[in-house]
Structures are given as structure tokens and as C-alpha cells.
Design a binder for this molecule. Structure first.
Ligand SMILES: Nc1nc2c(ncn2[C@@H]2O[C@H](COP(=O)(O)OP(=O)(O)OP(=O)(O)O)[C@@H](O)[C@H]2O)c(=O)[nH]1
Length: 519
């Protein structure tokens, strides 16, 4: 007899069965009350969740159709269990056996559980069967702790997932940081496959949770990726989601159509991404919410189970550890870089005279030693000049110590400007004494250079009222050098230059004295 589906639905609604439409659990009800008592032509009503779970063509079915649904027994359980009911039309069987369950079924590679039930509506009793996707751990924990069959299924499922988690953590702990990104990607793919989600992802939050970015994503073939658009998303764009995740650490949407009005922004984002169901679990670092790991269902709606949440949390933790490690290594590398920079700065500071910015005595000593070795190696000349400000005590006494400091800086600048060839070094030798290393230059040429420095200071005309040289600040200098043929030690060079300087002072100051060879 032909039937009109909408007529049945109308009748169902008038009987008070409207709630079936809203149910997320699959339900099939025997419509005996609307069937005129024709036992041979009993119709059955399948709600939307049942249609999705069992892949049914329509909402109204007859017994033959229900009996021909191709269930099989879970092959992993056959050997180890005493199958209570033969695999003959499990749904009709469940409909006629209230309070009995069959939890070892497989349909289209999905693990299914059936449970016979009766429903009371308007004082009438209707036979029905509830259909679940099997979530074994949930059953063990909440329903049949002593049930051996369920325990076995649970154990099998748990072992499979534990294997996945342990292999993920082993991989992620041992992997090089360069490969970690690839491995995290792999972990998301494994999670997606295991939970049969369409999209799995990681979001990382800014430190104040003002922004979130989709840093990793896996999508099932044919599902669109939205990762690129989901970078630096401001918290205000998804306010309800952010608040729920922050307060509950969890965001579970079985059906986006049931999102309350306060989640309007989220609803339109989910619609844009064709999301039917979404599950997100917060990831934490030292109790601080730093991101989330999530799953989307795109092709169909899904009622997320406790096991889904637990699995997501576990994978989230494993990935968080890897991200944390990556973060620590990155911080460590940054700290090392900072330390190296600080050390270099410290080293530079330790080589510099604070007042003039010239090399200090220690740095001069090291450099002279190196330049001497180089001169020996390359058989090149090396000159050394010692310069001393004339009547500087009197200058300090007349103009004060600060003016004295300024004069020292001025002289330092003149010398630095004069001796700037590669390898040349001007250093502060002592109080008002300077030293210049002049490599690769014959003595005669170095003499001109030093004399030029003396002249420059004189021409700068720094007033020194006590000076006999036209009331100007002047320098005396002693210059010495070793030739390609006659190499000297550092001490010998310094001694000779000092002797030359002494001679310049003795001869009246404001002049350069040159000492050629050791006597
Ligand atoms: N302002 C200032 N003065 C310094 C500094 N270091 C040394 N002096 C002064 O330099 C002066 C050196 O005096 P002396 O060694 O007597 O030599 P001088 O007066 O230049 O006499 P001659 O070298 O013989 O021409 C001292 O008064 C020191 O106090 C410094 O860093 N700043």
C-alpha cells in the first residue's frame, strides 16, 4: 500500500512525537498507533540521526527494509564472545525485545550498538530501538562495568588508541625540531582518521588571548581548508566561543543549528566553513590557556561522545608537549644568542677606555703582540708612537678636571682620525699618554703621520694659557719602529718609544723625536 511520508510525520507530530526530530540519538519507532492495526504492514519511523547512522533512504520504512539492513558482527569479537543473538534482522529483533542490547554490530565499517526501548506517548506504548555509534569506554564506565563483552570491546578500542597516543608521543619526543611541524601535522591526521572527523586543527592563542591563529590543520580529502583565513583572529570575532572555552576548557557543538543566540558570530563562521558539528578542547601551559585542539564534522552532524573529548584532550596534550618543547628550544636559542651578544658587548667594553672610547692598555698589549707576530710572518715593518700632552697638569689646574677630560677626548679624536688604516690602532696608554701602532709602514712615512697629528692639534688651537706654545695645547711624541730585517719584541719597542718621548720632552716639548734602533 503506497504511503505518504508527510502524512505520517503530521500524524506523528499530532501524537506528540515531534521531539524525535530533535533527538541526536538514532531512534526507530514502530508506528502501531497510526497503522490501523495491520500487522503485516507495520510502518516504522526513523528520525534524522537514525537515517544518518544507518544510511537509510527515507524516514518511513517497513519491516522488510529494516530487516535487510546489512549489519555484520564485529569480526574482532566473534571468536572471543558468546554472541547472544543471531545476526538475523537485529533491528526488528531489538524492536520486539525491550531492554536488550546488541553492542557488537558493524554497519558500513562503523561500530553500532542497538538498544530495545519502549516509548510512552499519550498513554500509549510504542516499540522503539535506540541506535548509537559504539563508544565502548562510555559503556564500561557508565553502564555495564561487569559486562565482559563490553570490556573486551573497550579494551580493544582503548589499546588501539593508546597505541596511537604512545606512538605519537614517542615520535614527537624524539623528533628533531625541524621535523616536529611535520609530525604534529601527522598527529592531527591520525586523530582525524581515528575519530573519523573531517577536519582537525590546532589554534595557538596570543599570550593575553586577544588573538588566535590556526597553526596546524588536517583536512579529509575533499574538505576545504580555512587555515589561511584563520590567522590572528581577534577574540571579539568569536566572543561566545572564547568565553566558553576559557571558562569550561571545552567547546562542544553537536549540531550548529542549536547554537544559542549569543553564539550568532560563531554560527555564521561555522556556516561559512560548512561545519555541522564542532568539538574543541583547550590546551594549557602551567594552567594557562594557550590554545586549543579541535575537530569539525563537515559532511554530517555528529553527537560527540565523552570518548571523543578524552581522545582530543590526550592528543592535544601530546601536541602541546611538542609545541612546548619547540618553544623552550626556541627560547633557549634566543637566550643563547642574547648571551653571545652580551658577551661580545662585554668583551668590547673590557677592551675600551671609558673616557675616550679608544682601545685600553690591555687591548693595546694584545694587539701589539699580534701585529708583531704578523710583521715577523710577513716580514713587514712595524712602528710605534707614544704621545703625551704637554703641561697637562697645568691645564687641569687652570680649567678643571672636566675640561681636562674634554681635552683628552679631543686629542683622542684627532689621533683616531689620523690613524685609521686597517691594522692601525690608537690606544690610551696612561693618564694623558696615548700610543699608536702603525703596521706595514716605513719609519720615515710614520714620522710624517705622527708629525701631522701634532700639527693638527696645534692648529685646532685648544687654548692653554700656561703653554709657552702660543697658549695652545700641544703634544710631544716619541716614535720608533722595527724593520723587515730587524724584528723587536713588544717590550723593546715600547721602551724605545718611551725613550724617544722622553727625549722630545727634554728637548722642549711640542715636538716629535724618533728612535731608530736599540742601542
Ligand atoms: N682631566 C684628567 N686629567 C688626567 C687624567 N689622567 C691623568 N690626568 C692628569 O694628567 C696630568 C699629568 O701630569 P704630569 O704627569 O705632571 O705631566 P704634565 O703636566 O703633562 O707635564 P709634561 O708631561 O711633563 O708636559 C696629571 O695632573 C693628572 O691628574 C684624566 O683622565 N683626566
Amino acid at each position: 500500500m503506497p504511503y505518504d511520508e508527510s502524512m505520517y510525520e503530521h500524524q506523528l507530530a499530532s501524537l506528540g512525537f515531534g521531539f524525535l526530530e530533535q533527538a541526536h540519538i538514532g531512534i526507530i519507532v514502530q508506528l502501531s498507533a497510526v497503522d490501523d492495526g495491520q500487522t503485516n504492514d507495520i510502518r516504522y519511523y526513523a528520525n534524522k540521526a537514525a537515517q544518518a547512522l544507518l544510511d537509510l533512504p527515507s524516514a518511513i520504512l517497513d519491516r522488510v527494509q529494516l530487516a535487510s539492513i546489512p549489519f555484520t558482527i564485529d569480526p574482532g569479537l566473534v571468536a572471543s564472545t558468546d554472541v547472544k543473538h543471531p545476526l538475523h534482522a537485529p533491528i526488528p529483533y531489538a524492536l520486539s525485545h525491550p531492554n536488550q542490547e546488541q553492542r557488537n554490530l558493524v554497519l558500513h565499517a562503523r561500530a553500532i550498538c542497538l538498544e530495545g526501548q519502549t516509548i510512552q506517548v499519550n498513554n500509549q506504548t510504542y516499540s522503539s530501538v535506540l541506535i548509537f555509534e559504539r563508544d565502548h569506554r562510555l559503556f564500561v564506565q557508565q553502564r555495564h562495568v561487569t559486562d565482559l563483552l563490553t570490556s573486551e570491546i573497550s579494551l580493544k578500542d582503548m589499546i588501539a588508541f593508546d597505541k596511537l597516543i604512545s606512538s605519537l608521543s614517542t615520535t614527537l619526543i624524539n623528533v628533531d625540531m625541524q621535523d616536529a611541524k611535520h609530525e604534529i601535522q601527522g598527529a592531527l591526521a591520525a586523530l582525524g582518521e581515528f575519530t573519523q572527523a573531517d577536519r582537525t586543527y590546532i589554534f595557538q592563542f596570543s599570550s593575553d588571548f586577544s588573538e588566535m591563529s590556526n597553526t596546524y590543520e588536517w583536512v579529509r580529502e575533499g574538505v576545504t581548508s580555512h587555515r589561511d583565513e584563520l590567522q590572528n583572529v581577534p577574540r571579539e570575532a568569536l566572543p561566545w566561543f572564547s568565553q566558553v572555552l576559557e571558562t569550561e576548557g571545552l567547546f562542544v557543538i553537536h549540531d550548529v543549528r542549536t547554537i544559542p543566540p549569543e553564539g550568532q558570530a560563531e554560527r555564521s563562521e561555522f556556516d561559512k566553513e560548512n561545519i555541522c558539528s564542532v568539538l574543541c578542547v583547550g590546551i594549557y601551559n602551567h594552567q594557562k590557556l594557550v590554545g586549543m585542539v579541535g575537530c569539525d564534522m563537515v559532511a554530517r552532524r555528529r553527537r560527540w561522545t565523552e570518548a571523543d573529548i578524552r581522545r582530543l584532550k590526550l592528543v592535544g596534550e601530546v601536541i602541546t608537549n611538542a609545541l612546548q618543547r619547540e618553544h623552550y628550544i626556541h627560547s633557549l636559542e634566543e637566550a643563547q644568542l642574547e648571551l653571545t651578544k652580551a658577551n661580545e658587548a662585554l668583551k668590547r667594553l673590557a677592551q675600551i677606555d671609558g673616557l675616550t672610547g679608544l682601545a685600553n692598555r690591555r687591548h693595546f698589549n694584545d694587539t701589539l703582540q699580534k701585529e708583531l707576530s704578523r710583521a715577523v710572518r710577513h716580514k713587514t715593518p712595524l712602528c710605534l708612537a707614544l704621545l703625551d700632552i704637554d703641561y697637562f697638569k697645568a691645564y687641569n689646574d687652570s680649567y678643571g678636571h672636566l675640561a681636562g677630560d674634554a681635552a683628552l677626548k679631543r686629542v683622542a679624536n684627532i689621533l683616531s682620525d689620523q690613524f685609521r688604516r686597517s691594522g692601525e690602532m690608537v690606544a690610551r696608554f696612561g693618564g694623558e699618554e696615548f700610543v699608536v701602532i702603525i703596521p706595514g709602514m716605513p719609519l720615515a712615512e710614520a714620522r710624517q703621520q705622527v708629525q701631522h697629528a701634532l700639527d693638527t692639534l696645534y692648529e685646532t688651537a685648544v687654548v692653554h694659557a700656561e703653554s709657552p706654545f702660543n697658549q695652545r695645547l700641544t703634544l710631544s711624541a716619541g716614535l720608533t719602529g722595527c724593520t723587515e730585517a730587524q724584528q723587536l719584541t713588544a717590550d723593546a719597542l715600547i721602551t724605545q718609544a718611551d725613550q724617544a718621548l722622553y727625549e722630545a720632552k727634554a728637548k722642549g716639548r711640542n715636538l716629535l723625536s724618533v728612535k731608530k734602533y736599540i742601542e
